[in-house]
Design a protein around this ligand. Sequence first.
Ligand code: GLN
Length: 485
Amino acid sequence: MELYELTIHELHEKLKKREVSSVEATKSLLARIDAVEEKVKAFITVTPEEALKNAEAADKRIAAGEMDLLTGIPIALKDIFLTEGILTTCASRILSNFIPPYDATAAARLKERGMVLLGKLNQDEFAMGSSTETSWFGKTRNPWNLECIPGGSSGGSAAAVAAQQAVATLGTDTGGSIRQPAAHCGCVGLKPTYGRVSRYGVIAFASSLDQVGPITRDVTDCAIMLGAVAGHDPKDSTSVDTPVPDYLKALTGEVRGLRIGLPREYFIEGLDPDVKKAMDDAIATFRGLGAGFVEMSLPHTEHAIAVYYLIATAEASSNLARYDGVRFGYRNPDARGLLDMYMVSRDEGFGAEVKRRIMLGTYALSSGYYDAYYLKAQKVRTLITRDFIDAFESVDLILTPVAPTPAFRIGEKENDPLQMYLSDIFTIPVNLAGTCGVSVPAGFNGDGLPIGLQLIGRPFGEETVLRAAHAFEQATEWHKRKAAI
Ligand code: GLN
């Protein structure tokens, strides 16, 4: 087994026993990146010098007996996380030369624990998309089939884990951007409860929906990463000041007596037959482990996409107003006068999907339309949230597919934004309700593409979500398959 194939917990054991050094592990990962990156294109920036510097520092810590679970572990971050002194683009031309002066809290917390930073990962521009096709830096490919999308927007984060170019990664999830690429690439991906992880230093897309979370090879690694980044941050007033549980302790393997809901609205006609079969098999596995199932309803599901594309675009139009060619990134050098400079820089700096979102959001917020669109969307968001609150009175978890189909082909939906938007139907409601959900490998289709299972939990119910995901993982073999690349 090569070092680059190990999980966090496996590599940690080897580092602890001094069987390998962090420098050796880091070199293995860097060589792996060199070998496959041309095919996968998961990275925007690889940082070999930073990585080796971090690895040497980690080896010193290990030698001094100051070791944490993440000390010396090679990790990569979505390019939406500010990293001090390291190019951070959010996959946009408008930030194509932006070097942040400080770290995102999530990045800083991993650094404090001694992670080795391998680089910054590709994504959809400003995290707007489901396929990593809108990046200014080119498209990432799915390691299981290079003709397919890796999912998005954290496509680079999922592809890098699947192609074993990083032991683990961080992504962000506004409407599914951790869970959907994790599902399409056969990884574990967790969207924590809104407020569980600080958003400080994470380039904002839709501030009431964005959340930081891990993409990993297995559930144990996911628990380790969540434990490292979760917790209150005085720099993010929406981060919640509740204690961070020991998520590893939650992985007891026990799901007996858990009540799992199957929402009618998610098991609809038109669901891909392979996805449907994977869900049926997963239900049987959970039953075998002693969990019980109940049919239930989340009645406002059908409005989720419309609500999301009003609220997310409204918030994006406001968040993206700051990119004016003056304070950050790209500026057209030939523009005449201030207004011209703003307009030309934004016109050239933003891609088509980002412009579409800014226009939709500006429209939804404009006077005369605000009440009809934005305000109404907020009210329906409350109804969707209540669906979940009501549901969790009688169930502990909700089981659904992550996406209606496995990964689609590159280019297939690129020119059909509505089709692209509709593919997020099973993940978006979780963000609107602000609760947590995990994606776990649950099978493959006939073409060898991974299928993901979603487990949705109560707000701050990450322990239960991870416990069930872990029990399922241990009862199945799906997470052991590796993309042949
Ligand atoms: N695919 C959704 C969108 O395009 C969600 C993206 C995300 O979660 N960042 O907005």
